[in-house]
Design a protein around this ligand. Structure first.
Ligand code: ZN
Ligand code: ZN
Ligand code: ZN
Ligand code: ZN
Length: 170
């Protein structure tokens, strides 16, 4: 055998191995897709369907510890922190995507509820809104994710200003 043909043979063997590997990967992907998975975190065990939109989701509300404020339950996050979940819980009519009652939220919260990672389907073309700033230090407050407090006269305070002003938050 010439050097050249040995080289070709090695190359051929390498390509065959490569092809087998790719075929195995495709097989595994197919298997993965046929199994239902939580539409939020991708887990495949202990699933249920959401009441609001019928998507597969972790059946994990039981794990939630009351008053812990933990946001580690897919089911609870979708139910509590999305337009889809609120729309269903409040018996609104029609689709949440074009529901006028859901628009009653402050626009910043409406957008957050409609576009955060607890959604299976996000709001198309979310409306623009005026960001919220701390009344005292003028730092941006992201209402969906930041801690803040709202004074009785309607002013927002970031966590640290609120703490200074009103004492430790509970
Ligand atoms: Zn999940
Ligand atoms: Zn839903
Ligand atoms: Zn609604
Ligand atoms: Zn502040």
């Amino acid at each position: 055998m010439t050097e050249e043909s040995r080289k070709l043979k090695r190359e051929h063997a390498r390509l065959v191995r490569e092809k087998q590997k790719i075929e195995r990967e495709i097989e595994e992907l197919k298997k993965g897709q046929s199994k239902p998975r939580c539409g939020l975190c991708g887990k495949t065990e202990n699933l249920t369907r959401t009441e609001c939109c019928g998507n597969w989701i972790c059946d994990d509300e039981g794990k939630y510890v009351l008053f812990s404020y933990a946001t580690n339950s897919c089911h609870r996050n979708h139910r509590r922190y999305t337009l889809c979940g609120c729309h269903y819980a409040n018996d609104h009519k029609g689709r949440w995507q074009d529901c006028p009652d859901c628009r009653d939220f402050k626009t910043e919260m409406y957008v957050w509820y409609g576009t955060n990672e607890y959604n299976f389907e996000k709001l198309d073309n979310p409306p623009s809104f005026r960001p919220t700033f701390c009344h005292s230090c003028h730092k941006r407050i992201r209402l969906g994710t930041d801690g803040y407090s709202l004074s009785p006269d309607g002013n927002y305070f970031c966590e640290s200003c609120a703490e200074r002003k009103f004492g430790r938050l509970v």
